[in-house]
Design a protein around this ligand. Structure first.
Ligand SMILES: C[S@@+](CC[C@H](N)C(=O)[O-])C[C@H]1O[C@@H](n2cnc3c(N)ncnc32)[C@H](O)[C@@H]1O
Length: 286
């Protein structure tokens, strides 16, 4: 009985020591602070930051939590503070070197899943490597490469590939200029935020994510236009586009010789991906 009571006291002491270092009242207060700062999901964020602070070994849980809450109140993306984002079931490491992968980008991956076996695929503008890694994970037969203009982003993509044990070749390229291929397919989530839309962006994006990952010029299509202009030798191209860009992007692909141009909707119903293919070389259209 004595030993049993001892174990019970020990267990209680452990629990209360952890709770005392980060009491529920602190999490509640943090939630209020995040709500006042305009964070859209303050309660969930406060709980996630509390869990992250508690999970780290060592003393100073409350100080860690306070620091994370202050950064979140300054609208740093939650994913950067946690250092990770889940995308199609893969846990990706993310930080300020890359755009946080968005759930609507799953529509681009879904387009890639329709490709024939063993296709040579380039995920252009790969950022964290989300699209390339999801494709290899779900279709190990595809031969996938990932390219980006930013060496910082490629470092993150490479770390993600290594951590997940997924084989993707990464390389630096300004769109297709240093990506000779040959490619059977190119998928690209190019930067596509129009200048005029920047004032309406979430603070998380405009204040913290890399501008080179989202700025798409005056109408948001500058980079898409450059890419399509370089894509004469690309038989199949899928472009993620902004909320109202699908008709203009579809016209762009048709104007550059892509036939059978279709769009795919994301999970919110927005036309998010424009896909074009070229007739196989030697095929007659007549
Ligand atoms: C919208 S993010 C997409 C990141 C990732 N594919 C995703 O879906 O989460 C755009 C990416 O394009 C890269 N980028 C911007 N301009 C580029 C260019 N001219 N050539 C190649 N990559 C470029 C940025 O560095 C950034 O990583």
């Amino acid at each position: 009985m004595h030993r049993g009571a001892g174990r019970a006291r020990y267990g209680t002491a452990l629990v209360s020591s952890t709770a005392a270092s980060l009491p529920d009242s602190a999490v509640l207060a943090a939630s209020g602070r995040l709500a006042a700062a305009g964070c859209p999901t303050p309660e969930a964020d406060a709980r996630a930051l509390a869990a992250a602070s508690r999970a780290e070994a060592g003393a100073g849980v409350l100080a860690r939590f306070d620091s994370l809450v202050a950064r979140r109140a300054a609208r740093e993306p939650l994913a950067y503070l946690l250092g990770r984002q889940t995308f199609r079931g893969l846990e990706l490491r993310v930080d300020a070197r890359v755009l946080v992968p968005r759930p609507h980008t799953e529509a681009l991956v879904e387009a890639g899943l329709t490709l024939p076996r063993r296709a040579r695929v380039l995920d252009l503008c790969t950022g964290s490597g989300a699209v390339a890694l999801a494709l290899v994970h779900e279709r190990p037969d595809l031969r996938v490469s990932g390219a980006d203009l930013s060496p910082d982003a490629l470092a993150v993509a490479g770390e993600n590939g290594d951590a997940l044990g997924l084989a993707v070749s990464w390389f630096e390229s300004d769109l297709l200029l240093a990506a000779p291929g040959p490619w059977d397919a190119v998928l690209a989530n190019v930067p596509y935020i129009a200048e005029r839309d920047e004032p309406a962006l979430a603070h998380e994006m405009i204040g913290h994510e890399p501008p080179g990952a989202f700025r798409g010029g005056w109408d948001g299509l500058d980079i898409a236009r450059r890419l399509v202009g370089q894509a004469d030798a690309i038989p199949w191209l899928a472009l993620e586009v902004g909320d109202e860009h699908a008709p203009a992007a579809a016209a762009l692909l048709s104007d550059h010789g892509f036939a059978d141009v279709t769009t795919r909707r994301d999970f919110t119903g927005v036309e998010r991906v424009v896909v074009g293919s070229r007739p196989p070389a030697g095929a007659s259209l007549s």
